[in-house]
Design a protein around this ligand. Sequence first.
Ligand SMILES: NC(=O)c1ccc[n+]([C@@H]2O[C@H](COP(=O)([O-])OP(=O)(O)OC[C@H]3O[C@@H](n4cnc5c(N)ncnc54)[C@H](OP(=O)(O)O)[C@@H]3O)[C@@H](O)[C@H]2O)c1
Length: 265
Amino acid sequence: MAANYFENKKTWITGASSGIGKAMAEELAKKGAKLVISGRRKEVLMQLAKELLVFGAQQVEVLPFDLEKEAERQNALAELQKIWSAPDILILSGGLSQRSLIRDTELKVYRRLMEVDYLANVELSKAFMDRWQNGQGQVVVISSLVGKIPTPYRSGYAAAKHALHGFYESLRAEEPHIKVNLICPGFIHTQVSVNALTGNNEALGEMDQAQANGMPAEVFAKKALKAIQNNKAVALIGGKEVWGVQLFRFFPGLFRKIIGKARVR
Ligand SMILES: NC(=O)c1ccc[n+]([C@@H]2O[C@H](COP(=O)([O-])OP(=O)(O)OC[C@H]3O[C@@H](n4cnc5c(N)ncnc54)[C@H](OP(=O)(O)O)[C@@H]3O)[C@@H](O)[C@H]2O)c1
């Protein structure tokens, strides 16, 4: 294994303007990666690009676009391919959570969560299938513990994250020369709950206690880079909440009783 796995690796990160994606971009910059950073907010990305160059990134390009809009995704893919023919590593961190009960949630919220959290990632990944035939491609999907377990108030988010596991495990089976890493964060201190959708398609605008007390994004990023370097198929990263996945697997009845009563909102 190379001493510095990430040095000069062409790495495209979505969701780089905040939280987990931003922290991973910073860690990768310190390791001398080449970066294309994406999100919707161009000004935020431009400012981050300057910082990443100071941290040691070998190249930084800003590629803003909206994951929800197919035309913007297509345009971003065309722009990316003007910079590099394909990334060595594609990190899919752009995403949107949810805080609403099923009974209170409009169908358009489910459509939006599926588009941003699932379909956008499928489209971006599929674009490089041919170029990754050389064994150089690696796709890193930032899923969630909620991709492995059910949770109240996050039905559409859980469905989209579960869908990622179905798709990317299938990709791994079909294309064994493409490295696929599904990374499942627990509670990480980011803006995820502030930006989460409520039942009527508006942002929650509040920091959840669990996020405020969660693992710092910088700590998460270091662990995630280790999982990527070690080509972990699935990595669960967080605090004691990660045990929920094992509990659901081995004692599903007990887990269902606990989660039904849990204060998760
Ligand atoms: N934090 C946690 O506890 C936690 C736990 C499990 C999983 N995750 C996952 O981690 C990933 C990153 O979330 P985070 O915690 O870092 O939250 P965050 O601080 O809210 O960051 C979300 C990122 O996604 C981007 N994004 C959201 N909607 C977008 C859209 N329509 N088009 C383009 N970019 C979009 C945002 O960029 P712009 O605003 O600039 O568009 C931002 O960079 C998500 O997939 C989330 O589901 C987080």
